[in-house]
Every structure is written in structure tokens, then in C-alpha cells.
Design a binder for this molecule. Structure first.
Ligand code: D41
Length: 675
């Protein structure tokens, strides 16, 4: 049967689109569409080709996975191809895979079949060649046959050992793994870029791939990258175990980082149990996963199974629901937060992403909105990763309808009509009315009653909104003057729930200083900072009386936080609210301030610790420095007095050298303290 012209055209169009997206993804590190959309295109083409074998051309993207490397780097020919991974998008597809494995191995349904199961990290695959235990070369996967030489860049990653430890490793050993940016590093990097008005990364995978392909290794060094090994390539001159899981254990013994969440499981049920357990833990783990991978554990069986078109028959990736999807922006509104920040929010055509239906997504701030140039009517990629608020990651310009307009920052607060200002060098615009703006008041009150603050059970957002709207709540102190009768008259409230609420209000009065400070909602004072300040000063009066200098001696408190705290307590109306709260019976245990240990030998000195110290952990070194009244911070600046550097010190060491910061090893630190 011959293929119709329409079908041919369809296949050709799919191929063109897929080639285009391959180029955006692999060469430019700048994908236009979410993976889920790409997968749909590819699957449509695969299905078409499966139906009409004569449509398969040698240059069809289905015949090749990956893309040609960028020419700026040297090319590396992989001695053994870096295979790709097939995907299963459902339990049924996984069962089909397992069935095929059993059939090929001529095993029956009941036979034991051990799989090595591991998270599928969302980063960039790399090859690391160790010669006599020394890192000789690093390369990207590229198209699986040829990659790019990124030796200088991988050398800056602290997780990549420059030399293997222990013994028994092959004279030539190629370690393969995934370089990724942990979630916290990704969020912190983007938050910083956003505040500085710079381009943010769309997702952690792009962040990793883009960072690895920086032409200047110093830039790579600044990115918080990590790596887990997932297999080996070349291994010559040495003996290796005969199971995948044991090889990974060996790599770990030789100092290579491997994923701690890996597991050996039996059969398809074992795989599914692992999938479910990882799915549940997806949000709590420090790295991004887009699924899990199962590999037949026995190398003997792997050899029997072989591979087809560059993907092993013995391994498969079982994908999680996508965290990025396409949808349309129906409107853009501006919301006013607790600190007055005016945040643009996109109202979306509802879309199922990251396991829930999303109809609102943050656009962060006006600067970012303008950089991404999101407009009403645009088709956008929404991303919802774990507990993070859904965001508009990017716009698909090709799909922009005619007649759209750039969105402008409102001149006046959408809630109280006061002026909105954007300070020099700040990405965020703010309503200038402070607590006189109902939106800021509402948000401040929601924060005050929230679980981690005063924790008033049953005092929900809707209740706060009603009470603010009717002017019964103006400040947190007003909460303690509410009467049961008054509450009982509110929407969705009866006598019983009003009484319950009164009881929780009463119970919340006895709290801790840390909670109370956090509840006040001072800008930049999060839970951890509030706890540090409370522990340091012991009583509220001490905190109120503290100078900026005093405040800066608290762990985690820098000049910005110190200024915010000081100016908060300089406002008469804030002190008045606090006085009323105390008058109505809000109490907490107070204690003496921690003695200012000015006599410690390291007083006034700031330290940064990096790398692996010979005898102590970094935490132990930190405790030691603090016990001698020294301060330990996490990043090097001109204000750093000493860098304590161990092995694999990485980027901080080079930065310290550049800034001429004194560098100590562990012995020199101990010397300094004992002097
Ligand atoms: O975590 C990963 N991204 C990961 C990727 C993993 N855990 N295991 C993998 N195993 C393989 C085979 C089975 C071919 C050794 C992989 C990949 N491949 C892979 N990464 C990119 C393309 C293929």
C-alpha cells in the first residue's frame, strides 16, 4: 500500500519540527518547547513511521538521538558510544518493557529478574576519563558518538575528583554520569539573577548544560554544579564486578559521587514500588528528577540483550508527570504582597502540570516580565516543580497572536491606589503605602497568624480578608480584642467555630521570642534569622535596643538584615503594636543575651571554609572558629579575612587568590586559634 501525500507531508513536517527543536535543545541550550511537547512530536513521528515503514529515511530524527556538538570546543570521539535511553510513560509501557526483557532472556513470568533502579537526574550527561587514577579528560555526551571537550569546565566541579582514591581501579577508566544543578543552587542562582535583572535559567537541566558549556571555566566554577555517576564506558587494565549495582559501589569507593537513592529491586513490581517511593520523595530530595531508570543488573544478561538503534534493550527510563507544559495567558494582574512588592501574576488557561491543575503562575517582578516579554494571548511554558510556586518559564514567540501589547507596571497600587515606585537598581516595584495599604495589611496579618509564626489554628486567609475588609482588623494587636460574638457573625462561622477560634487565639498568646520576631514580618527576617536573633539577644528589649553593629554580630545577619531590623523598630507605630500585643498578654520566655565573646582570639575576623579538611568536617571547623569568636560566612568577598581551604577547594580558592585573602590549611587554622 502506498503512502498518501498528506501522510508524507505530515511526516516531513514532524521531522522538520523535531530537527529544529533538537538544535535548540542540544546546540543552543535554549529549548523553545517543554519536553512533554517534544516527546509528543517524536512519538507521533515514531508511530507514523511504524505504520508506514517506507517513510523511514536514514536522516530521520528517529534514527538518531542527540545532536552535533558546538564547534567552540574541541571534539571528543567516544571510544564506546554513549547510548541513549528509551522511555516508558506509563505502567503499561513499563510492563511491556519487562515482558520483552523476559522473552529475550527466555525466562518465564515467575523468574527472578534483578534490576538496579535509580533516580533519573535532570542534568547533562558527561564522560570523565581517568588515566592511572587521574582525571585526564571530560566530555559532553553530544550525539553519543562525538562530544565536546569540556575538561577545563568539569575540573571546576567540586564533586568531580581530580584523582581517584583507594585501589583496584582500572588503569583507564571512563566514568559516565549526570552533571546537575541541585534545586537550592538553582533557586538561589535564579533569585540572584532576577534581583540583578539578569537572565534566569528556565530549569535546572538547562542550567547544568549551559554552565558546562561556558567558554570561560571561571564562569562554570561559579555555578553550583554537582555530579552523580551512573555507569562506566572504557575500562581497561583491571577487574570489575559483574553487576551494575556493584560497579556503582566500586565507583563510590574510588571517590566518585553516586546517587544515594539507588536500589536493587526484583521484577516489574519492585520497579513500580521504587517509582512510587521516588515519586513521593520527589519534592523533598535536593535534586531534580524527571523519572527513574531501571537497568538489568547482571552484565551477562545486559550482553545477551544488546541494543537497538543506540538504546540498550536492558534499560529504560520511567518518566514522572511533566513539570513543564504549554498553555495560554488569559490575563496579567498585579498582586500586592506583605512587603508591598507588586508582583505580576499570569492568569492561565488551566493546564495539568507537575501533578496538579494550574491556572495562575507568577511572573516574579516587572523587570522579569519585561525581559520575558509575556503578553496577554501568548502561548507560554509553565513550570511547576515540587512545592515551588508555578511560574511562566518562557514565551513561544512563534505562536504570538497579532495585536498584543507590552504590559506596563501600574503607576498606582491596584488595592489602595497609592504610588508604586521602583527604586534604582531594584527589580521589584513596591506600593508605598506600607500598613496603610489594605493588601499589605492583609498579607502581614496572614503571616502573623500562620503556622510558623504565632500559629493561630483555624485563622485562615479568608477570615483575615473578611476582617480587614470590614475594618475590624488593622494590626495584629486587634486580633486579641476580637470577641466570640463578633466572630460568630462572620461568613461560614457559627457559635461553635467562633468559640474554638477564641480558644486558639488565647493559646497562641504564649509563644517564643523567635516566633514572635518572625511573626512581625520584618523584611528579610525569615524563620532562621529570627531564631538566630532571638537566641543571640535573649529578650525583645535587647533586640529593640541593639545597634546595627550589634545585630551584625549575630550569625547569618549581614548589613542588609541589620538595617531592616533597625528601621523596623525605629517606627513608632511598630513599637505601639508590640506594646499592645504585650499588654493583651502575648508572652514568651526571655533569657540573658549570649555573652559577647570579644575576648575570643578570632574576634572581628571573618572566615570562609572550603574543600575537604584532613581531620575535621567543615561544620567542626566552623564551630571551632565560632567558639573563638570568629565569624564564618559562606561566600568570599573583600571583607573575608581568611579562607580555610582543604582538598578540592575549587572556585573559592581561586576567588580568594584573586582578592588576596589569606589562605589557611587546617594546621594553620589550629595554630591561629592556639596562639
Ligand atoms: O540520571 C540519569 N540522567 C541517567 C542517565 C541514569 N541514571 N542512567 C543512565 N543510564 C544510561 C545507560 C543505561 C545508557 C547507561 C542515563 C543514561 N544512559 C543517559 N543519559 C543521557 C542519555 C543517556
Amino acid at each position: 500500500m502506498s503512502v498518501s501525500i498528506a501522510t508524507r507531508k505530515k511526516a516531513e513536517s514532524l521531522r522538520d519540527q523535531i530537527r529544529h527543536h533538537n538544535h535548540r535543545y542540544h546546540v543552543l541550550d535554549d529549548p523553545e518547547i517543554p519536553d512533554a511537547e517534544y516527546d509528543r512530536l517524536l512519538r507521533e513521528l515514531v508511530a507514523l513511521e511504524a505504520e508506514h515503514a517506507e517513510l523511514v529515511s536514514a536522516d530521520s530524527p528517529t534514527q538518531r538521538v542527540g545532536d552535533t556538538p558546538l564547534s567552540a570546543f574541541g571534539t571528543v570521539q567516544h571510544e564506546l558510544p554513549m547510548l541513549s535511553l528509551g522511555n516508558a510513560f506509563s505502567e503499561d509501557e513499563l510492563r511491556d518493557f519487562h515482558r520483552r526483557v523476559l522473552d529475550r532472556l527466555e525466562l518465564d513470568d515467575q523468574a527472578e529478574l534483578i534490576y538496579a533502579a535509580e533516580p533519573k537526574l535532570d542534568g547533562a550527561a558527561v564522560s570523565l576519563m581517568y588515566e592511572n587514577g587521574v582525571l585526564a579528560r571530560g566530555a559532553t555526551r553530544g550525539d553519543g558518538t562525538k562530544g565536546e571537550d569540556i575538561t577545563h569546565n568539569v575540573r571546576t566541579i567540586e564533586a568531580v575528583p581530580l584523582r581517584l582514591i583507594g585501589k583496584g581501579y582500572p588503569a583507564r577508566l571512563e566514568v559516565r554520569g549526570e552533571v546537575f544543578m541541585p534545586k537550592a543552587g538553582f533557586e538561589a542562582y535564579n533569585a540572584k539573577a532576577r534581583a540583578a535583572g539578569e537572565k534566569t535559567f528556565v530549569n535546572p537541566r538547562n542550567a547544568a548544560a549551559g554552565s558546562l558549556r561556558q567558554l570561560d571555566p571561571k564562569l562554570t566554577a561559579e555555578r553550583p554544579l554537582d555530579m552523580y555517576a551512573y555507569s562506566i564506558g572504557v575500562a581497561a587494565g583491571g577487574h570489575l564486578p559483574t553487576r551494575h549495582s556493584e560497579i556503582i559501589d566500586r565507583l563510590r569507593d574510588w571517590g566518585i559521587k553516586v546517587c544515594p537513592e539507588r536500589c536493587v529491586v526484583n521484577g516489574v513490581e519492585g520497579c513500580l514500588a521504587f517509582y512510587r517511593s521516588m515519586g513521593e520523595r520527589r519534592n523533598e530530595l535536593s535534586y531534580e528528577m524527571d523519572g527513574v531508570v531501571y537497568k538489568v543488573d547482571s552484565l551477562q544478561m545486559q550482553a545477551e540483550l544488546g541494543f537497538v538503534s543506540r538504546a540498550p534493550r536492558w534499560a529504560i527510563a520511567h518518566k514522572f508527570p511533566a513539570q513543564e507544559e504549554l498553555t495560554v495567558v488569559e490575563d496579567v494582574e498585579f498582586q500586592v504582597g506583605r512587603t508591598g512588592a507588586v508582583t505580576p501574576v499570569a492568569r492561565l488557561k488551566p493546564v495539568f502540570v507537575g501533578g496538579v491543575t494550574v491556572s495562575n503562575a507568577t511572573l516574579h517582578n516587572i523587570e522579569e516580565l519585561h525581559r520575558k516579554d509575556v503578553r496577554i494571548g501568548d502561548t507560554v511554558i509553565v513550570r511547576r516543580a515540587g512545592d515551588v510556586i508555578p511560574e511562566v518559564a518562557s514565551v513561544i514567540l512563534d505562536r504570538r497572536p497579532k495585536g498584543t501589547r507590552r504590559i506596563q507596571l501600574p503607576k498606582n497600587c491596584p488595592v489602595c491606589n497609592s504610588h508604586v515606585v521602583r527604586e534604582e537598581g531594584e527589580a521589584v516595584a513596591r506600593c508605598t503605602a506600607g500598613v496603610f495599604c489594605a493588601a499589605q495589611r492583609t498579607e502581614a496579618l496572614k503571616h502573623f497568624v500562620s503556622r510558623r509564626a504565632l500559629d493561630i489554628e483555624g485563622f485562615g486567609a479568608k477570615l483575615v480578608e473578611q476582617l480587614v475588609a470590614t475594618d475590624r482588623l488593622k494590626t495584629p494587636a486587634d486580633i486579641f480584642q476580637l470577641s466570640s460574638g463578633e466572630l460568630a457573625e462572620l461568613d461560614r462561622m457559627g457559635k461553635k467555630s467562633a468559640d474554638n477560634l477564641m480558644r486558639s487565639i488565647q493559646a497562641s498568646k504564649s509563644t517564643t521570642l523567635a516566633r514572635f520576631l518572625f511573626a512581625l514580618g520584618i523584611r528579610e527576617v525569615g524563620e532562621a534569622t529570627a531564631a538566630s536573633i532571638a537566641a543571640h539577644f535573649g529578650s525583645l528589649d535587647n533586640v529593640v535596643a541593639a545597634t546595627e553593629q550589634d545585630l551584625q554580630s549575630v550569625r547569618d545577619v549581614g548589613p542588609v538584615v541589620a538595617t531592616r531590623v533597625k528601621s523596623f523598630f525605629a517606627e513608632a507605630h511598630n513599637l505601639e503594636v508590640i506594646a499592645r500585643l504585650r499588654e493583651y498578654g502575648v508572652v514568651w520566655p526571655e533569657s540573658d543575651p549570649i555573652e559577647a565573646t570579644e575576648d575570643g582570639v578570632l574576634f572581628g575576623k571573618t572566615f570562609v571554609i572550603t574543600g575537604t579538611l584532613p581531620t575535621m568536617t567543615r561544620d567542626a571547623a566552623k564551630d571551632l572558629i565560632q567558639s573563638a569568636a570568629g565569624k564564618v560566612t559562606s561566600s568570599i568577598s573583600a571583607k573575608t579575612d581568611y579562607l580555610v581551604a582543604g582538598e578540592k577547594a575549587g572556585s573559592k580558592l581561586s576567588k580568594a587568590e584573586k582578592l588576596k585573602v589569606a589562605i589557611l590549611d587546617e594546621a594553620a587554622l589550629l595554630d591561629l586559634i592556639s596562639r
